[in-house]
Design a protein around this ligand. Sequence first.
Ligand code: DAH
Length: 348
Amino acid sequence: MTITEFKTACSAIEQEYKAKIAAAADLAAVEELRVAALGRKGALTDLLKGLKDFSMEDKKVAGPLGNALKGALSAALEEKTAFFAAKQINDELNKTCLDLTLPAFPAPQGHRHPLSVAMDRMTTILAHLGFEWAEGPWVEDEKHNFDMLNIPKHHPARDAQDTFFADTGSPISMVLRTHTSNVQSRFMEKHRPPLRIMAPGRVFRNDSLDATHSPVFHQIEGLYVDKNVSMADLKQDLTAFMKGLFGNKAEIRFRPSFFPFTEPSAEVDVKCVFCQGKGCPVCKGSGWIEMLGSGVVHPNVLKNCGIDPNEYSGYAFGMGVERLAMMMMNINDIRTFYENDVRVLSQF
Ligand code: DAH
């Protein structure tokens, strides 16, 4: 064999086996090709056996050529083997219908109740306005729920129709607090001005459940007492609060009203977000929705708590959380909050 014949034979083997390896259909076929090309009696092994008859000079050319071809064929065989090995694993996995590359099923996640979400937003805004968190008991004596708040014995708010009386076995008559205003008397009894608190919480009234009433609902009380606190402070803070809640375009109006614990008193309406004030069933055609009661703290209330009304004055407000939440979340039935239908709750 001449060196030229050797080179031609190398090219032929290379072409033939590279094509065959590329076309191999499975691992067994690849193994067969390995034996046929590189095995003890393989085509290339055979060819390389002829090297021993070459001159020294020819060996220097033919040797590296043969080795390079051996390396190239080995690499091609190895690559194909790896491909089939991976394919085999994949096929095995597919057979068991388990695709480990799929993302896991999302686990259903719980979330907060819309009332908590609403309450959180309201208290966050109030916190930004400098109000501190305060709490009071749900089962309350008449003194803190009524007397200290200047609600006289004959006042209709005490009527059994509105108030749940609690039979606690105590000689003192106890009620389920009818408003969060009990926290006013509880807090001012113990703290001296300046004070600025918010008291979010549950309140109870003997009302029957309908689209806008519930015997159990939530209020947030606000109270600010210091020197020279006036109605102007109340207006400014409540305007800031409502804008924080409903956006900068929110409009509010103050309507003169009466509460025993404030003088003067005002109710605050927000322009109806459902109809932008044009009038709709939700606002009963008026364009405004009543949101809270407020006013300048009555001197008697300060006095009852041991604060000198000649030195200090304050404002207070109490708002219905459900009402505000209904406006914020476009809900038109208060019962939505209590029925706990997951399909509804998960929308908020
Ligand atoms: N306590 C009143 C109610 O339940 C709401 C209220 C009105 C609270 C005026 C106040 C206030 O603090 O100043 O309807």
